[in-house]
Design a protein. Structure first.
Length: 432
């Protein structure tokens, strides 16, 4: 590590004032959205009013660069902000950074032509359009997307897409989908696929159903649909970047995108932790608060350390992106992706345990948080995939010692130490 990490630990006073505003705003305007019992149409009116306040405060879509209307905060300050936004599932919606729209906006910003940006990016950033990202397929492991089967074939002034996708989040409500499809199966794996913009009314696009998930019913048409492309025809101009650029664009977007999830998980874990500590102090068992139990105290201490470690790893990865770029932060991002997801799940699980039946019930947000958090361990790359990547990188710093023994083998070292000592002793005899 090199450079000044001061900004990672100390927030400058002006930005701290903003964070204070966000903390208050989340409690007064965003957390209430979680429990608002009104139809979707009314909910949307309330959400738009909340979004308008965020825009007026100039905190809308803060992850974007200034030229796209973001604040150019850098990743460290974004981490400090996202941690607070992440305390509620509705936070990203209120602050204009919800998946998959935020990632799709980044793709369009990175790879879109001026015309594509005008047609799709501007209304997406404004919140006038919604979008989906369609890559995962039921027939192929999402963990190895180079194996995807969906194809796109050029036919005159059009591309014709055929394939079967699922978990294309938001596809029911989306105005357009960004679709990944194979354009040249003979190419090397990471040059086989390209990305396309498919408008919702493209002929041959069929949104089959929302796949039911652990998350349960979702608002505003959100869900995780199965989608079929049957001779789905789109304009030739709807390709993003060049033919074969699909993985390159996905990679540019996914790295930084992943860490934004990790930042928000810190806030989710913190909120679960607060519910755990509060209940531990409140609930009497055998005449003493649960917090008096050494077992519960041990969980609290372990969770506190886990969360602090996750926070520091996230800030470190953010700092590396800010100072040396996203490519240099690849291993840091992979590490926080699985560590953060595991901590999130562990903390929520223990918070449920300490709250007992109440924690399991819909009378606390924990059960909803628990169901959502489970996906964190495999979306955007499964824990195992990231662990393998980190281990591969770590192992580059080692080589197998020559001979049959590890380099710290005690008998071998003892023999070497004896030789070394004999030399020293012989020299001291000689000198005296
Ligand atoms: C809520 C939700 C939203 C989603 N949104 C989208 C979306 O908008 N767009 C989209 O395209 N996709 C989306 N997905 C799909 C998601 O990206 C995939 O689930 C993910 O990439 C994993 O792919 P898979 O489900 O096919 O699992 P598989 O690739 O079949 O993997 C299954 C399991 O195998 C294990 N595994 C994988 N690789 C290895 C390995 N190398 N070594 C050891 N073990 C391994 C892991 O435990 C993994 O969980 C979403 C999924 C969920 C649950």
């Amino acid at each position: 590590m090199h450079g000044d990490m001061h900004g990672v630990f100390a927030v400058d006073p002006d930005f701290e004032r903003e964070l204070d505003w966000v903390r208050r705003f989340m409690k007064t305007h965003v957390w209430p959205l979680e429990v608002l019992d009104v139809p979707d149409e009314e909910f949307e009116v309330v959400l738009r009013a909340v979004q308008a306040e965020v825009k007026a405060r100039r905190l809308w879509a803060a992850h974007l660069p200034p030229e796209l209307g973001g604040q150019g905060l850098g990743q460290v300050r974004l981490a400090q902000l996202n941690e607070i936004i992440g305390t509620s599932f509705w936070g990203p919606y209120a602050f204009g950074c919800q998946a998959p729209d935020s990632g799709n906006a980044e793709i369009l910003a990175l790879a879109g032509t001026p015309e594509q940006k005008r047609t799709w990016l501007d209304p997406l950033l404004d919140g006038r359009m919604r979008s989906a990202f369609s890559m995962t397929e039921p027939d192929n492991a999402g963990s190895d997307p180079t194996r995807m089967s969906t194809t796109a074939t050029r036919d005159g002034d059009t591309w014709v897409i055929n394939g079967h996708k699922w978990f294309s989040s938001n596809a029911v409500a989306a105005d357009f989908l960004i679709v990944m499809a194979v354009t040249d199966p003979a190419e090397r794996p990471h040059r086989r696929a390209s990305m396309f913009i498919v408008p919702k009314d493209a002929p041959g696009l069929e949104v089959v159903r929302n796949v039911p998930t652990m998350i349960g019913a979702e608002r505003l048409g959100f869900g995780h649909p199965e989608v079929r492309y049957v001779d789905c025809r789109i304009d030739a101009a709807n390709i993003l970047g060049g033919v074969g650029d699909g993985f390159k664009i996905a990679q540019m977007r996914l790295g930084p995108g992943r860490i934004h999830h990790c930042m928000r998980w810190l806030g989710q874990a913190r909120r679960a932790f607060d519910m755990m500590c509060e209940r531990a102090l409140q609930r009497d068992v055998r005449g003493r608060p649960l917090a008096d139990s050494d077992l519960v105290r041990s969980w609290i201490a372990e969770c506190a350390a886990d969360m602090e470690a996750a926070r520091l790893l996230t800030l470190k990865a953010a700092w590396v992106i800010d100072t040396r770029g996203a490519a240099a932060a690849k291993t840091d991002i992979a590490m926080i992706k699985y560590f953060g997801a595991e901590v999130l799940n562990r903390v929520i699980d223990r918070a449920v345990q300490v709250n007992g039946a109440l924690g399991f019930s819909g009378d606390l947000p924990l059960e909803h948080m628990y169901r959502r958090a489970r996906a964190a361990r495999f979306v955007d790359g499964a824990d195992e995939v990231h662990k393998i990547a980190v281990a591969r990188q770590v192992l580059k710093g080692y080589r197998a010692p020559e001979g049959p023994w590890p380099s710290d083998h005690v008998p071998t070292r003892r023999a070497a130490a004896a030789g070394f000592a004999a030399d020293v002793l012989a020299r001291s005899d000689h000198d005296s």
